[in-house]
Design a protein around this ligand. Structure first.
Ligand code: MN
Length: 268
């Protein structure tokens, strides 16, 4: 077992001056499942964004930002303040990145332009304070859930997406509600191991991509896993969801840690 976080790999020192540039941090989030029916989460997220501005380097959103996304042309106005806030951060030169999840795979270029983020292909590879890190939403690792993987293959198909997006918004909304109900029923009946990643799929990915560090969401099981594979220490950071509390990963020159954000209970 490898104890503790990664050592600092990179220091942001003013070049040759000996002065520290303002300390920065990169933030990683996933599975906010933003929903007009859960306004307190949306508010808490916007407030959290305000709070991190002073040290915000890059923000990585690793999927399921939205509970459901049926097309950029059918965005709910309730999300406008958030999208304005994100666009403001991007204008102020904070790099924003978005990778879709299994709820918001129909997020497209129009929303990217609106929010000011750069779309990330899955898997993505980034350098974070000297460490090469793989980024995924995480659903592709749930390989034992064959029914889900079949559904995923269908809805990630370009022709299927174009066909879906050509339907009127009301029809799309009804289809999304039906899909969500089917998925909830499936998940309620599925064995626990189906809802988590398959360890072999993780190992295979780490080997193939030659990675020692991986960050993903989707399972809503926040944790930092350390293990040895082929004599190489590996780390898998799982981001949590935003239900009882917000969950984030903050990574700065001193290392990384999972943190929580308070969400007041819904007054409905
Ligand atoms: Mn997901």
């Amino acid at each position: 077992m490898l104890a503790g976080p990664f050592p600092p790999c990179q220091f942001h020192l003013g070049q040759g001056t000996g002065y520290h540039v303002a300390p920065m941090a990169d933030y990683f989030i996933a599975d906010l499942h933003l929903d007009p029916r859960r306004p307190t989460v949306l508010d808490a997220f916007v407030r959290w964004l305000e709070g991190i501005v002073p040290d915000l380097g890059a923000l990585y959103i690793l999927g399921d930002l939205f509970e459901a996304w049926i097309g950029d042309d059918a965005s709910d106005p309730v999300f406008d303040p958030l999208l304005d806030r994100l666009a403001g951060l991007a204008r102020d030169h904070h790099p924003l990145y978005f990778m879709p999840g299994n709820r918001d795979f129909l997020v497209g270029d129009a929303l990217a332009r609106r929010a000011g983020w750069t779309a990330l292909d899955e898997p993505a590879r980034i350098q974070c304070y000297g460490t090469l890190v793989g980024l995924l939403h995480g659903d592709t690792f749930c390989t034992e859930d064959h029914a889900y993987q079949a559904f995923r293959a269908q809805v990630r198909n370009r022709a299927w997406q174009q066909q879906f997006l050509s339907r009127p918004p009301a029809e799309r909304r009804a289809m999304a509600v039906a899909a969500r109900e089917a998925s909830q029923q499936h998940n309620a009946q599925a064995a626990d191991f189906l809802m988590d990643v398959t360890p072999e799929a993780i190992d295979e990915f780490m080997r193939r991509e030659n990675l020692s560090c991986l960050i993903h969401g989707h399972t809503h099981r926040p944790a930092i896993h350390h293990w040895i594979l082929d004599n190489v220490p590996r780390t898998r950071i799982v981001l949590g969801d935003w239900y009882e509390q917000g969950r984030i990963l903050r990574w700065d020159e001193a290392g990384y840690r999972l943190e929580t954000v308070g969400i007041p209970p819904d007054r409905s």
